[in-house]
Ligand binder design. Sequence first.
Ligand code: ADP
Length: 408
Amino acid sequence: MRAALLVLNAGSSSLKFQVFEACEEGPAPDEDRPRRVFRGLFEGLGGSPHLVIRDRDGLIVAEDSPAARRGRYGHEDALLAVAEWLRGHRGGYRLAAVGHRVVHGGRAHTAPVRVDDAVLDALDRLVPLAPLHQPHNLEPIRIVRRQFPDLPQVACFDTAFHHAQPEIAQLFAVPREMTEQGVRRYGFHGLSYAYIASILGDYASELAAGRVVAAHLGNGASLCALRAGRSVATTMGFSALDGLPMGTRCGSLDAGVVFYMLREMGLTPDAAERLLYTRSGLLGISGVSNDMRALRARAGADPDARMAIDLFIYRIGREIGSMVAALGGIDAIVFTGGIGENDAATRAEVLRAAAWAGFSLDEAANAGGGPLVTRGPGPSAWVIPTDEEAMIARDTRAVLAAMRQPVL
Ligand code: ADP
């Protein structure tokens, strides 16, 4: 049986997974790019589960709507089903390690870490910092520990990439004791930005050492200012609500609005949180959709859909200014995430909003998806697909190799 590294990204009712194996063509022993063999998605967990697994070429190799053996079909059933499928598929894969996406590492976890009891307890204590995401990220860690106690597990954090930002970029202007308690800017999308930083040099060697604004624009959206591949500022802060407006999240909001929601609108803290996370952003403004494709399709005839897009672009334009100020200039912008990689209109509108920085859009290259979508002497703009799972796979291998437990 071949050894497989499983990468998990768990949500409340979903489990995204990818499977990596050692490259058979014989990579150098220090090769840090394990080969992806499958990617899969379990949706509808707890309700009507549906599983699709695709191979490297995107062809469906398994599809199922499994029935619960007992009670509801949840994450535990899903994980067992994936392990069983892997054991039986084409000669069989044996799980050698699991790498997890974990949204919050807090102050203590500034790098990927092998999970043990103490680490799991520490990550549990961070649930109040990311109540809507952290519990779902930790559940599969517990399941794997229960079902496969000997399997090494590594947690990779969305916050870790930003930990080395200057202190001033991490502070809120609140009393020191609140900062000490952990009320500070952490930043998110760190796995995506770490991946982008790691491959900038493949696109243009000068970018790796330059001043780059990376724009991760998907359902969640943020900007990160990179200097020589390191994060010096980012738009998300204490929570993944801050910064840009997103699919359903509000982005930056005067804290006074929250008091108004509690006192005048009579919302409970939980209801206010749900409203700002799930009913705001592009969905809140447009009233119809959080999905950029749907908004683009309606924008010609629906002023609210157009306004949602316009606000998204306006806020990105303003925040680019803030990132450029933190960098003291700009050499390039990188678009990534579902919108950044696929929506040429958003890229064009953002570059127009940031024309003051000297971008000169190459319309044809932009329509064709780049990678370079500007021309001329000003700063450049690039389309670079992100790959958070590859980053987790690399980090997991590196952590285990450093512990003299190589898995692939
Ligand atoms: P997540 O943050 O959940 O990973 P994605 O990065 O997949 O989300 O981004 C989802 C967003 O990307 C949606 O708003 C979707 O409409 C948008 N998107 C995906 N493909 C396209 C496309 N071809 N044109 C415009 N928008 C697209």
